[in-house]
Ligand binder design. Structure first.
Ligand code: CU
Length: 117
């Protein structure tokens, strides 16, 4: 009887450990990154490009603040990588300046000196 109970406890412990292991694998985090987006085209461009980044689950740019909210899997990517991806689309990401070549390829109205529209 004692042995049976021991086995049941052991199985339960293993099951709990397995659940924990799965949780750490799929931990989801959210970051908010200030971008230099100007208009709705910028919003679409950023959301479209960043949504294809590895580990990114959802992307949304706030039209008022131009803050990009990114939900991502911590095992696949991190805030630094997401910011680099934003700079490669041609926009500033927090303190990280836009990739100059990518920025210069943007339509003039979407570049940093442009008036918001
Ligand atoms: Cu734009």
């Amino acid at each position: 009887m004692k042995l049976k109970l021991g086995i049941i406890i052991a199985i339960l412990c293993m099951a709990i450990m397995q659940v924990n292991a799965q949780e750490t694998k799929t931990t989801i985090d959210t970051v908010k990154i200030q971008t230099s987006a100007k208009c709705n085209d910028c919003k679409e461009r950023l959301e479209h490009n960043i949504s294809f980044e590895k580990g990114v689950k959802s992307v949304e740019l706030d039209n008022e603040t131009k803050i990009l909210t990114v939900v991502y899997k911590t095992a696949k990517t991190n805030k630094e990588k997401i910011k680099i991806a934003i700079t490669k689309v041609g926009y500033d990401a927090d303190e990280m300046p836009a990739d100059q070549k990518a920025h210069d390829r943007l339509p003039a109205c979407c570049q940093k000196g442009a008036e918001p529209h």
